[in-house]
Each structure stands twice: as C-alpha cells, then as structure tokens.
Design a protein around this ligand. Structure first.
Ligand code: C5P
Length: 232
C-alpha cells in the first residue's frame, strides 16, 4: 500500500489555541491515529539536556534526534498520552513551559527538522492520521485531505495554557506565561525554516470565546466538507 493513500487531517496553530484537545476528539471520533508533533521537539530538548548536549549545537542535537526512542502510551484513547523517552516516563517534564521554550529553540535548526520530518511521516498509518503542530499542513503532510489552522487571542491562549499547566499540577504566573508564549510565538513565526503559518489551503478558525464543543463542531464540518469534496 502506498503511504500517501492514508488520509491525514492537519491542525496547526499557536500554543493555547485548542489544537491538542480538538485533535484528540477528532482522532477518537474517526478512530484514527494521533500525532502530537510538538512532543517530539519537546522530548528532544529533554534528551539534549540529559545528555549534556549544547542546545546551540544544531549538528549534535540532530544526531541525537536520529537515535531518540520516543513512545506515546495511552490506556484510554480519551486521555492525553503519557510520553516515554528511552523507557522513562518524562510526561511532566515534557509538558512544562520551560521545555516548550527549549523545544522552540531547537526547532529552528534545519538539521533537526530534517530528521524529525521522516519520523513524523512514519506516523501516517491506516486508517488515518490527525496531525497536530505548526507545519503539518505546510511541510509535513502537504497533501492532507483537510487542513485547519486554529488560533485565538493572546489573552485567551495564555489563560488556556495556564489551565492546562494547573491540571498537571504546575503553577505558572499569568504575567510570565504571557511573556513566554509571546516569545515562543515570535520565534516560531519568524524562523527561516517551516515558520508557523496557515497553509494556503487551510481554513482558519478563531476559537476566542468559543467552547470546546463549538470549536469541535466547526472543525468537524470543515473536515466532512473537505473529505466529501476531495479532488474537486
Ligand atoms: O505544540 P507544542 O507547544 O508542544 O510545541 C513546542 C514547540 O515545538 C513549539 O513552540 C515549536 O517551536 C515546536 N514545534 C515545531 N513544529 C511543530 C510542532 C512544534 O516547530 N510541528
């Protein structure tokens, strides 16, 4: 079977726009696989710290990426998967905002993105894949059946991110989180390779003020419409 016969839905956008929750709901509804691509960059940043590899050394980080052993484990498909690095549960460390910052730094290296590109494309397995990230629709799965770009006001995204962190038992000050997310957004949007932006054929949904259910309904409509009209 040719790999590109496997349907993909891409959901890109900045942190706190609701991608994680929506992707998980979508994957559950469709019974498809889920790729949280941000976790790959996050795990790699953790591994670099563990191995005392300089986060400024693009070649060395890319070399680590070639051998990194990442597994997603979920007992229940509705729960956020736990993340394992070389058989150690690193979920809490991986999801911390400090790790997001380091991930964003190493994600600007073309050498690193090149290694992770293939790893991400290997997640494309039958019956289908829902892919969450920054460049899923623009670079990794350009032939996706449906592409959505989720966004929200900075205030909304910071509040959502804080709620997510609190649910993991991590307290973060609103003011420092605001600065951190703004810095991360700027780095992700301004980098030379695979900057965060909507694909030309993506539909943008502003989730500010919308409930999760309302966002899901909108995304579900887009997905159904795109899948029905594929090839038109
Ligand atoms: O989505 P998440 O917040 O987990 O991503 C962490 C960081 O990883 C992002 O800020 C971004 O720099 C990087 N990333 C990326 N491309 C992706 C997913 C994440 O560059 N497809």
């Amino acid at each position: 079977m040719k790999q590109n016969n496997v349907p993909v839905i891409t959901i890109d956008g900045p942190s706190g726009a609701g991608k994680g929750t929506i992707c998980q709901m979508l994957a559950n509804r469709l019974g498809w696989h889920l790729l949280d691509s941000g976790v790959l960059y996050r795990v790699l940043a953790c591994e670099a710290l563990r191995q005392q590899v300089s986060l400024q050394d693009a070649q060395a980080v890319a070399k680590l990426a070639q051998n990194v052993n990442i597994r997603f484990v979920s007992k229940d498909a509705r729960e956020l998967a736990r993340v394992y690095l070389n058989n150690a549960d690193v979920t809490d460390e991986v999801r911390a905002e400090a790790t997001g910052k380091l991930a964003s730094k190493i994600s600007a290296f073309p050498e690193v993105r090149k290694v992770l590109l293939e790893l991400q494309q290997n997640f494309r397995q039958m019956p289908g894949l829902v892919a969450d990230g920054r460049d899923m629709g623009t670079v990794v799965f350009v032939d996706a059946a449906a592409k959505v770009y989720l966004t929200a006001s900075p205030e909304t995204r910071v509040k959502r991110r804080r709620t997510q962190l609190l649910a993991q038992g991590i307290d973060a000050k609103l003011s420092s989180l605001t600065d951190e997310l703004a810095a991360r957004d700027a780095r992700d949007s301004d980098r030379a390779i695979s900057p965060m932006k909507p694909a030309d054929d993506a539909i943008t949904v502003d989730t500010t003020g919308l409930s999760i259910e309302a966002v899901f309904d909108r995304v579900w409509q887009i997905v159904q419409h795109r899948v029905d009209h594929q090839g038109d």
